[in-house]
Design a protein around this ligand. Structure first.
Ligand code: SF4
Length: 206
């Protein structure tokens, strides 16, 4: 019977777990390189000022949705689907949802799965194209918070994410899709770099 070994990052407190010590060492290495708190401490210690070549800051304030895209009367009832439904992104829904982060860490006890998209679970309520809910099981992204910054795609060492077009969504018209969710090594890099905190990583079984 395998034993799960834990590691707590001394900088940010992130908990890493794995039953394979070699894999856990890899996770620690990757996390150490990408730990946002560690990076901030290093920068502060060195008193390094941002340079023009560094990544531009992200504007957290979202523009209001194009009035032409906002329906005249907004329905209060999202589409009702069951967990076996294949989700379509090109609906005729009238709910337009754009939320502020962070993602609700307890969403799995508050929401229900309403279907799947290419094998990835989708948690409702949804009302495509303007309300898309939370996607994923281990690698989860609140699509109503995601602003398509792309930091997670750049940060992921195992290429879990790819772009997915979501035309008509008021927060952003593309999202980061966890297509290779099963490859996640739980390094937490994406969760730490997401500007609006739209991502929550769950260890296997959580
Ligand atoms: S998806 Fe998994 S492996 Fe990729 S950055 Fe996020 S936590 Fe790390």
């Amino acid at each position: 019977m395998s034993t799960v070994v834990e590691y707590v990052c001394p900088d940010c407190g992130t908990l890493l777990m794995h039953d394979n010590p070699i894999t856990l060492e890899s996770m620690k290495d990757v996390h150490s390189q990408l730990c946002a708190v560690k990076r901030q401490r290093s920068i502060a210690a060195l008193s390094v000022k941002p340079t023009a070549t560094q990544r531009p800051s992200v504007n957290y304030v979202q523009k209001a949705a194009d009035p032409a895209m906002v329906p005249k009367s907004i329905s209060q009832t999202a589409t009702t689907l069951d967990a076996n439904t294949t989700i379509s992104l090109s609906g005729t829904g009238t709910n337009y949802s754009k939320a502020e982060g962070p993602i609700d860490a307890d969403f799995k006890s508050k929401r229900q799965t309403v279907g799947t998209f290419k094998g990835i679970k989708v948690w409702g309520p949804i009302d495509p194209p303007g309300q898309l809910g939370i996607w994923g099981t281990q690698v989860t992204v609140d699509y109503d918070i995601c602003i398509a910054d792309g930091a997670c795609i750049e940060a992921c060492p195992v290429n879990v994410y790819e772009w997915l077009d979501t035309p008509g969504h008021p927060a952003s018209e593309k999202k980061t899709f966890m297509a290779r969710e099963k490859d996640c090594i739980f390094c937490m890099a994406c969760e730490n770099v997401c500007p609006p905190q739209a991502i929550k990583i769950f260890q296997k079984g959580a």
